[in-house]
Design a protein around this ligand. Structure first.
Ligand SMILES: *[C@@H]1O[C@H](CO)[C@@H](O)[C@H](O)[C@H]1NC(C)=O
Ligand SMILES: *[C@@H]1O[C@H](CO)[C@@H](O)[C@H](O)[C@H]1NC(C)=O
Ligand SMILES: *[C@@H]1O[C@H](CO)[C@@H](O)[C@H](O)[C@H]1NC(C)=O
Ligand SMILES: *[C@@H]1O[C@H](CO)[C@@H](O)[C@H](O)[C@H]1NC(C)=O
Ligand SMILES: *[C@@H]1O[C@H](CO)[C@@H](O)[C@H](O)[C@H]1NC(C)=O
Ligand SMILES: *[C@@H]1O[C@H](CO)[C@@H](O)[C@H](O)[C@H]1NC(C)=O
Ligand SMILES: *[C@@H]1O[C@H](CO)[C@@H](O)[C@H](O)[C@H]1NC(C)=O
Ligand SMILES: *[C@@H]1O[C@H](CO)[C@@H](O)[C@H](O)[C@H]1NC(C)=O
Ligand SMILES: *[C@@H]1O[C@H](CO)[C@@H](O)[C@H](O)[C@H]1NC(C)=O
Ligand SMILES: *[C@@H]1O[C@H](CO)[C@@H](O)[C@H](O)[C@H]1NC(C)=O
Ligand SMILES: *[C@@H]1O[C@H](CO)[C@@H](O)[C@H](O)[C@H]1NC(C)=O
Ligand SMILES: *[C@@H]1O[C@H](CO)[C@@H](O)[C@H](O)[C@H]1NC(C)=O
Length: 599
């Protein structure tokens, strides 16, 4: 795992190596092997979890399945293993483990405690303060709630702290700024309130920093300037605002600042490191143009929805970029039909008459597919890598995606050969599009009216019950689903399900946004397994109201209206002219008649 922090200190490793030797030399019974007090405490813990404690807990790894494991390591102060203390405890992936027995806090020599991917609920017990030797603490992907207890502030030796994907609320704990040995901090997908304490500038040993999903809009980015060892920085949706500082961080290769309120020249972020590989700054307020000399090292760039970013892109190489929602003049390279679709999508000029779509379907991540009712699900098999979009001019769909896990392979398309249950159109579910960030589908040129959006899903990556994929869905910028869980909806993996949403469409573009919100497991079955996954989408007029769509205020219609008004005015003028000339004629006639009669 690329993200592994510093391994436990070398002396422990040596002791661990010596343990088997000791066992051969002196066949000690277990109870004495782990040291009396620790052995009793551990026994009590495992009893409450109803887990089988191996014969010699210091020696055996219990692996029930890929994701469900229990392992314990010890440190013994003598070759006879009379005085052994437990230093490492890792019990992960058990969805039936819901609490931490208090006896666990008696294991005061613990250096590493990993209880990730279980189902722990309630608040973090203050007893944790007794584990002052902890260097690695992983409680990610549980159901813990309450706020961070202040007792935690005694864990000052922590090097790695993973607490993402829980329900912890309250304000972001300031005391973490005192954990100056931290190299790896990951806190996101919870209910915490910002700001990120400015004292975090003291955490100079940080190499991996991932914070996200904070409430409030008051974080400053300035603390980052002192963190010279950073290689991975993700501050997605942290309520960061203000100008980005002018700094240099030589080791930084991955930056994700999506969904904040940051402003200033985009160029400044690109100056952080010449070797920057991934830059995600979508949904901010950056401005200025992209300096081409600074883009050489980049593998992926996301500037989506920064309306003031402009300039042009170097055309000398193929790379992964997504610039939907900007003023970037990269469109020269796009052919004219695609360009008119893109312009429509960005609400620039858009003549809906060019499209006039009423229904449309797409096989996300797959080839064209025709279902038993002859519905054509159009092709969407372009791999978008770590950032990019694709205009399907024939079907009038646009697919757009940004996101790459910093530690794993992020593929934007997944597939399986296994059968899919609960459907007669298996093939549509065997390929799917996925993203560790944001995934948008747009239909361009829909006639105004009321539509049903039908989304098709089947979980084809996560098999283990220890894994959990959660994501949000917005349609036309309205929240449709929060923490959507395919497996729960379908009743298992490799099972098909579909959900529908009714939407009234007034502008020319239907926008479906599926995105990761920091929730769910990160790494089952492998790193980078999280975020939205979708198999197909169908859009059709809602049965009741499909006739007589309401008039729409789009530009084409406005033009029509204007022409109408002009024509109307012209008609009125003509009418007026006719009437007035006839009045004049009649008057003249009458006058002449009168004259005649007088004469
Ligand atoms: C845990 O430690 C407390 C004192 O710190 C002691 O009273 C208790 O017996 C211990 N429990 C176990 C199971 O060792
Ligand atoms: C949890 O499940 C495991 C099997 O995966 C079982 O051995 C254990 O007894 C269960 N624990 C509880 C508390 O039910
Ligand atoms: C315990 O030690 C073994 C052998 O050195 C190692 O494979 C295992 O990962 C260690 N377990 C933990 C929880 O560190
Ligand atoms: C997790 O625990 C809660 C109770 O705290 C329970 O309702 C839920 O079903 C559990 N989840 C799983 C997957 O077992
Ligand atoms: C934690 O340590 C304190 C003293 O340092 C002790 O009084 C308390 O019993 C311990 N708590 C647990 C749960 O072991
Ligand atoms: C940090 O690490 C250093 C060296 O590894 C160690 O001496 C120190 O005790 C640790 N703890 C704190 C709080 O600095
Ligand atoms: C950090 O540690 C210092 C002492 O080293 C202490 O005065 C301060 O209160 C601590 N900060 C927090 C937020 O706990
Ligand atoms: C940073 O880590 C080094 C060892 O890797 C350690 O010596 C140093 O004390 C740490 N810095 C701080 C501020 O704790
Ligand atoms: C950057 O990374 C290298 C090794 O990858 C390391 O030696 C160096 O200390 C890191 N920090 C800075 C500030 O360059
Ligand atoms: C940023 O800092 C560099 C030197 O580190 C300086 O040359 C440059 O002018 C600064 N840019 C701004 C906009 O302040
Ligand atoms: C990434 O993919 C390559 C080839 O597909 C594979 O060999 C490697 O193990 C993968 N790495 C991770 C972290 O999944
Ligand atoms: C959509 O799901 C419903 C059940 O919720 C099912 O009856 C229907 O057949 C599904 N539609 C398709 C096209 O799979």
């Amino acid at each position: 795992m690329a993200s592994s922090p510093a391994p436990p200190a070398a002396p422990f490793a040596l002791l661990i190596l010596l343990v088997p030797l000791a066992l051969v030399l002196a066949q000690q019974p277990l109870q004495t092997a782990a040291g009396n007090s620790d052995a009793t405490a551990l026994e009590a813990v495992f009893k409450e979890w109803r887990l089988h404690l191996p014969e010699d807990p210091c020696m055996n790894l219990v692996r029930e399945s890929f994701a469900k494991t229990a392992s314990i390591n010890c440190s013994c102060s003598d070759l006879n293993r009379k005085e052994c203390r437990i230093t490492h405890l890792s019990v992960t992936g058990y969805r039936n483990i819901t609490h931490i027995p208090v006896e666990l806090f008696n294991l005061t020599e613990l250096v590493s405690l990993d209880l990730s991917n279980n189902n722990l609920s309630g608040s973090i017990a203050p007893g944790i303060m007794n584990l002052t030797k902890l260097e690695i603490w992983r409680f990610n992907s549980n159901q813990l709630n309450g706020s961070f207890p202040s007792e935690l502030s005694s864990l000052r030796n922590l090097q790695s702290l993973w607490m993402f994907d829980n329900n912890i609320d309250g304000s972001f704990p300031k005391f973490i700024a005192n954990f100056t040995n931290l190299t790896d901090l990951r806190i996101y997908g919870m209910k915490l309130r910002g700001p990120i304490p400015k004292e975090f500038s003291k955490l100079v040993n940080l190499t991996y920093l991932m914070i996200g999903d904070l409430h409030g809009n008051d974080s400053s980015f300035d603390f980052i300037g002192d963190l010279a060892n950073l290689s991975t920085l993700s501050l997605r949706k942290c309520g960061l605002s203000g100008m980005v500082p002018n700094i240099t961080l030589h080791n930084l290769t991955y930056i994700d600042l999506r969904s904040n309120n940051l402003s200033g020249p985009i160029e400044q972020v690109l100056r952080y490191n010449e070797g920057l590989k991934y830059l995600y700054v979508g949904e901010n307020k950056f401005n200025g143009s992209l300096p081409s000399e600074r883009l050489q090292s980049l593998l992926a760039l996301d500037v989506t929805y920064n309306p003031s970013v402009s300039g042009s892109l170097p055309t000398d190489r193929k790379w992964m970029i997504n610039y939907i929602g900007t003023r970037l003049n990269a469109r020269r390279s796009v052919d004219s039909e695609n360009l008119s679709l893109l312009n429509c999508l960005d609400m620039e000029e858009c003549n809906r008459k060019d499209f006039n779509i009423v229904l449309s379907s797409i096989n996300c991540g797959g080839k064209e597919y025709i279902d038993p009712l002859q519905t054509v699900f159009s092709d969407d098999s372009t791999d978008l890598g770590a950032a990019g979009f694709r205009v399907y001019n024939n079907s009038k769909w646009v697919v757009s995606h940004v996101g790459a896990d910093p530690f794993g392979n992020s593929t934007s398309i997944v597939n399986t050969n296994k059968p899919i249950y609960g459907t007669n159109m298996s093939d549509i579910y065997r390929t799917a599009r996925t993203s560790t960030g944001s995934l948008w589908y747009y239909v361009v040129g829909l006639t105004s009216g009321k539509y049903t959006v039908q989304l098709f899903f089947a979980e084809i990556v996560i098999e283990s019950e220890s894994g959990r994929r959660l994501f949000d869905i917005d349609i036309q910028d309205q929240t449709f689903k929060k923490d959507f869980n395919i497996v729960e909806e379908a009743g298992g993996s490799w099972r098909a399900t579909n959900i529908t949403y009714e939407v009234t469409i007034n502008n020319p573009t239907l926008k479906i946004h599926l995105y990761w919100n920091g929730r769910g497991t990160c790494c089952i079955p492998r790193e980078g397994t999280y975020g939205p996954l979708v198999s197909a989408i169908r859009v059709f007029p809602s049965p009741d109201l499909k006739a007589s769509p309401p008039p729409a205020p789009d530009r084409a219609r406005q033009d029509e209206k204007r022409r109408g008004v002009v024509a109307g005015i012209a008609a009125l003028c003509i009418a007026a002219a006719v009437i007035s000339s006839s009045v004049v004629y009649l008057w003249w006639k009458w006058v002449s008649l009168v004259k005649h009669s007088k004469a």
